[in-house]
Design a protein around this ligand. Structure first.
Ligand code: 5AD
Ligand code: SF4
Length: 433
């Protein structure tokens, strides 16, 4: 019997990847994708716990879904990091939910669905058998697009004092390189030209001797693969091997998301980042020596407990010193159970708002400058999909900028030189060179 499944995904690329895997483990049970929750027999919320009132959002979404449960018997499941962190609370506050499952247990979903329908009760699975997850999840079957994500690492041992990831995703676990390489080859055979390696702290990867740098070199040997990216990384885990890969592997794209969070040594220390602002400056120098056209992206948190005006100024200074092509910035949000949430000197909301606005203005200027600098130049674009207007294709530059140009459809999946004619805030327009 054909049944329909709707998955709503919140948060990071890791969740997007996990949602695809969940759809795949459920396919043999007859679940096909639904257009909307209303049309589905089962709805999964794949949740994110990293910031803001994540749990509250989940409860209000569950409130909206409840009538579906009551009227059509829709199976409701909550997956992801909120499920991991607040599983028991979800069952207490939303007893109509059938299944609550943490990120390490997705391979057991079919069994949980069966148990939920038999028992009529709840299934709560939030264990941490990390090694199992990758071993038991089927590999991607759907034809990949031109660009594909590939999870190589999960969890984190860094324990930044603001972050829930070490609690929700558990200890750092690297997938064996042979598994990664096998999946990569299959993705490329299926048509992928670019792979983005995913992990909460992907450069802590140790599934191969020589770490991420060595893995990148092995991946670069795959014929037909044009581009390699990885995200997200920690400054402390950029080793010589990775620097050398940036210098010597042309398929490794010259764009790096390397979160620094703050430019103040005092705050970096309180965040337990285990490096100083100048260490980051020096590291960026070395990366740029290895790959002179490297562009950088980062994450920033404003209003971490105890952050003074001077600390915030130090962050602005760091941003001016480095010059970012792009960045994400957030107001600090206390996450229950993390050390920083218990600190007394919480920064008032109004100050966080003000600092965020100043920081984002500076970052937007830098992004605009970075984009404007490509105007008149010819850049290599990997065309991924049709553009918004007929006769156009859209793709990305080596620096992850969105580019569109008039181009015939047979250039999809190809890397093509494009002369950039104009730069908007979020995309570049060009013509085939
Ligand atoms: N408050 C605000 N931002 C956070 N991040 C992680 N935890 C918090 C928090 N408690 C941000 C960090 C991280 C990104 C993924 O989310 O900048 O790099
Ligand atoms: Fe969280 Fe990243 Fe720090 Fe790990 S390195 S604790 S995932 S912010």
């Amino acid at each position: 019997m054909s049944k329909k499944l709707y998955i709503k995904t919140y948060g990071c690329q890791m969740n997007v990847y996990d949602s695809a895997r969940m759809a795949e483990v459920l396919a043999p049970l007859g679940y096909a994708p639904a257009e909307s929750p209303e049309a589905a027999d089962m709805v999964i919320l794949n949740t994110c716990h990293i910031r803001e009132k994540a749990a509250e959002k989940v409860f209000s979404e569950l409130g909206r879904l409840r009538p579906l449960k009551e009227q059509r018997g829709t199976v409701l499941a909550v997956a992801g990091c909120v499920a991991q962190a607040e599983g028991a609370e979800i069952i207490r506050r939303a007893p109509f939910v059938d299944i609550v499952l943490g990120p390490q247990t997705y391979h057991r979903l079919p069994e949980m669905v069966a148990r939920a329908s038999r028992a009529g009760g709840h299934v709560l699975e939030t264990d941490f058998p990390a090694e199992e997850k990758f071993d038991h999840l089927p590999e991607t079957k759907a034809a990949p697009g031109v660009t594909a994500f590939l999870t190589i690492q999960e969890g984190c041992d860094k324990f930044c004092s603001f972050c829930v990831v070490p609690y929700t995703r558990g200890a750092e676990y690297s997938r064996p390189a042979e598994d990664v390489l096998r999946e990569a080859r299959r993705l490329v055979e299926g048509g992928a030209r670019e792979l983005t390696l995913l992990g909460q702290n992907v450069n802590a990867y140790h599934g191969i001797e020589g770490g991420l740098g060595a893995l990148v070199r092995r991946l670069a040997e795959i014929e037909g693969l044009a581009r390699i990216r990885y995200t997200t990384s920690h400054p402390r885990d950029v080793d010589e091997g990775l620097l050398a890969a940036h210098a010597e592997v042309p398929k490794l794209m010259p764009f790096l998301h390397l979160p620094v969070q703050s430019g103040s040594d005092r705050i970096l220390e309180a965040m337990n980042r285990k490096h100083k602002a100048d260490d980051y400056r020096r590291l960026v120098d070395r990366l740029r020596t290895a790959r002179p056209d490297l562009a950088l992206s980062s994450d920033f948190i404003v209003g971490f407990p105890g952050e003074s005006d001077a600390d915030f100024e130090a962050t602005l200074r760091l941003i001016r010193d480095i010059g970012f092509a792009q960045a994400f910035s957030f107001k600090y949000s206390p996450r229950p159970g993390t050390p920083a949430a218990a600190l007394e000197a919480q920064v008032p909301e109004a100050i966080k708002e003000e600092r965020l606005a100043v920081l984002q203005r500076l970052l937007a200027e830098q992004q605009a400058q970075f984009n404007a600098a490509t105007v008149g130049r010819t850049v290599e674009v990997l065309f991924e999909k049709e553009g918004r207007h007929p006769g156009q294709l859209a793709g990305r530059s080596p620096w992850l900028q969105a580019v569109h140009a008039p181009a015939p459809p047979d250039l999809l999946g190809r890397v093509v030189p494009v002369r950039i004619a104009s730069a908007g805030r979020n995309s570049l327009a060009g013509v085939l060179a």
